[in-house]
Ligand binder design. Structure first.
Ligand SMILES: *[C@@H]1O[C@H](CO)[C@@H](O)[C@H](O)[C@H]1NC(C)=O
Ligand SMILES: *[C@@H]1O[C@H](CO)[C@@H](O)[C@H](O)[C@H]1NC(C)=O
Ligand SMILES: *[C@@H]1O[C@H](CO)[C@@H](O)[C@H](O)[C@H]1NC(C)=O
Ligand SMILES: *[C@@H]1O[C@H](CO)[C@@H](O)[C@H](O)[C@H]1NC(C)=O
Length: 597
């Protein structure tokens, strides 16, 4: 709430108090003489109201000499009534010079609010003109399910979103009325193209006005007017300086905003010709770093790969192999693993030996999942936003394996991910920027916004409806369709494989056991399986022990091999005589002759 609001309330209360006092004194004068304690009471009330009065005076906003409602100003004080609230708000932050205000999506020239501002000699307003994005354009046009990443046919293109043609440089404030239609009220995210356009116009104006040279910027404020506020994907809660009712005032971090306006307008393209524009941002980074006496190394110390283990130890081996795969590719970034109490001390020692810095968290329940369902605790992933000791994080699920150094992707802004289906991204690999207010925001939203699958992916897709596409190769989903080759070979040049279906360490080393179950054939791939075991083979022995077969796992493999054999499954994997040494060690252990651990 603004100070004006506060003082106004005090004013009202003060008046009420005076009226009360007047009533009290008039009635007391006509009544019989008051006794001493009554007098004392009245005096103390008088004293109290006087001190309240002084208190109220001290709360009056500091009047700046140029304010339109200053008593001796030539402007009529009636304007006080019509003065738009945002002007009061921004005047607190900008003073001493004439304020140049750009109005976006505020076209009502008869609007008294804006006429009165126009008459103010200390404010100059300009209507920002741009063409409305075509009504025929849908969200799906900007977030297509598939794009031609490899340019086999043609480079992917995004539909046109018109931006202002004219140059509106040197704005101090951009005031925007946001369109708040769409399905946002129904609990989902808003996917409205016009709203996106308006936010992009504002972001571009702010950058144009504020980002003068890579290391020189000037303050620009943005005021969003409307119940739905700004798109939080573009305007960070960290930059929110004031929020009162339907007014949201931001002072955007221009470096991050610049980065975002350089990104494609949707997931219709991959930020490709990036190197050059990236340089500009990078120079700015470095100039800031110099000011903060940081060097390149210390800067990178603020980036990390993060994974989360919760509810069971089933993925401990996966996380160990993941860390090893990242390290084997010579990454220079930190590895951080968040875990809940279900991970034993022994497993934690293994995870640390594999390269993870481990951090305890309490898991978070998904409000929309069924009890004991597979995704009941998947919102634990949101805790990644609490890791504010890092600027940038590549979150990566524990059932992925990195095949090629992916450090270059730290350059992407939040939220960047590979596509999943429809307009959605896959939450298995995501570039995110930690922020406590963002985390708290999401916690509040988690009870309102539903998730299509009850898991974190559905939820995050409603929070980050505007996301940036990473190449599919960074989160290659190991899943095949009928059109794919019969062998289910994974392609070359992949950055990381996401092992859907039964995990490699839950099968014998010899072949992908997804082949033994008809319902899981879509996930079966011996070539992907082999890549995982190559990382395993390169791991120190003491880490390999965390990928041992359990009796339970072994029994399940054998059961499905029998079923496959009995059904004579055409893929014939059941014929393979397993040579996996883990099986033998398991047998020996069962007989109690060799203690494996
Ligand atoms: C950068 O900073 C790190 C840690 O503060 C220090 O170890 C390193 O020597 C510095 N490098 C240079 C080139 O100054
Ligand atoms: C990692 O670095 C080592 C030593 O510099 C080098 O031999 C190896 O080829 C590198 N590996 C990759 C995947 O770049
Ligand atoms: C939820 O977490 C479980 C266990 O970590 C994982 O197997 C599952 O794929 C996740 N589900 C979603 C929808 O993210
Ligand atoms: C094999 O299949 C037949 C019929 O398809 C069934 O009667 C038999 O019980 C199966 N045997 C095993 C070991 O599953």
């Amino acid at each position: 709430m603004s100070t004006q609001n506060k003082s106004f309330n005090f004013q009202q209360r003060r008046e009420a108090k005076f009226n009360q006092m007047a009533a009290a004194s008039s009635s007391s004068s006509s009544n019989k003489p008051t006794n001493f304690s009554q007098k004392l009471f009245i005096i103390s009330l008088l004293l109290l109201s006087f001190s309240l009065f002084l208190f109220v005076l001290s709360f009056k906003p500091k009047q700046q000499p140029h304010l339109a409602y200053e008593p001796n100003n030539k402007y009529n004080t009636n304007h006080l009534i019509h003065r738009p609230k945002w002007l009061d708000i921004v005047e607190k932050h900008i003073n001493g010079h004439k304020i140049k205000v750009g109005l976006v999506n505020i076209n009502d020239d008869d609007d008294d609010d804006y006429n009165s501002v126009r008459g103010d000699m200390h404010v100059e307003t300009v209507h920002v003109r741009f063409d409305h994005v075509g009504e025929d354009k849908k969200w799906e046009d900007f977030f297509p399910e598939w794009i031609d990443e490899d340019h086999k046919w043609a480079p992917p293109a995004c539909p046109d979103i018109p931006m202002p043609a004219q140059d509106y440089r040197y704005l101090d404030v951009i005031v925007v009325r946001v369109p708040c239609r769409g399905d946002g009220d129904a609990g989902g995210g808003m996917r409205d193209v016009f709203r996106l356009q308006v936010n992009l116009v504002v972001a571009n104006l702010a950058v144009e006005s504020g980002w003068l040279k890579p290391d020189v910027d000037r303050a620009v404020y943005v005021v969003f007017v409307g119940s739905c506020g700004a798109m939080v994907e573009m305007f960070r809660c960290d930059d929110l300086v004031e929020h009162a009712g339907d007014y949201w005032v931001y002072k955007p971090d221009l470096r991050r905003l610049k980065h975002k306006v350089l990104m494609p307008v949707g997931s219709c393209q991959i930020a490709s010709a990036y190197a050059q524009t990236g340089k500009e941002i990078w120079r700015y980074f470095m100039s800031q770093a110099r000011l903060a006496k940081l060097n390149y190394t210390t800067y990178h110390q603020r980036e990390a790969y993060v994974t989360v283990l919760h509810s069971s130890e089933a993925y401990v081996c996966g996380a160990i192999a993941l860390a090893q795969s990242i390290i084997q590719k010579n990454s220079t970034r930190d590895l951080v693993l968040l875990h809940d109490k279900s991970i034993s001390g022994k497993s934690l020692r293994g995870l640390r030996a594999a390269g993870w810095k481990t951090k305890w968290i309490s898991r978070i329940r998904s409000p929309f999942s069924k009890k004991d369902s597979y995704n009941e605790w998947n919102y634990s992933k949101l805790r990644v936003w609490q890791l504010t000791e890092y600027d940038k994080i590549i979150f990566i699920d524990s059932d992925l394996l990195v095949l090629k150094n992916i450090d270059e992707f730290f350059f992407y802004p939040e939220l960047s991910a590979a596509g999943n289906d429809k307009v959605l991204f896959n939450s298995g690999v995501m570039v995110i920027e930690p922020s406590l207010c963002k985390f708290e925001d999401m916690m509040l939203k988690s009870f309102k916004v539903s998730s299509y699958n009850g898991g974190d992916q559905g939820f995050l897709n409603e929070v980050f409806t505007w996301w940036h596409r990473l190449p599919k190769r960074i989160n290659h989903l190991k899943v095949f369709s009928k059109q794919d080759d019969k062998e289910h070979q994974v392609g070359d040049g992949l950055y990381a494989i996401h092992y859907l279906g039964l995990k490699p360490w839950m099968c014998y080393k010899d072949y992908d056991c997804n082949w033994d179950m008809v319902s899981r054939h879509v996930f079966a791939s011996d070539s992907a399986h082999k890549k995982w075991w190559q990382v395993y083979d390169a791991m120190p022995k003491k880490l390999q022990q965390y990928c041992a077969l359990t009796k339970h796992m072994d029994k399940r493999i054998k059961k499905w091999r029998r079923i496959a054999e009995n059904a004579s499954l055409a893929n014939g994997h059941w014929k393979i005589k397993p040579k996996d040494p883990r099986q033998i060690i398991l047998l020996i252990t069962n007989e109690g002759r060799v203690k494996f651990f």
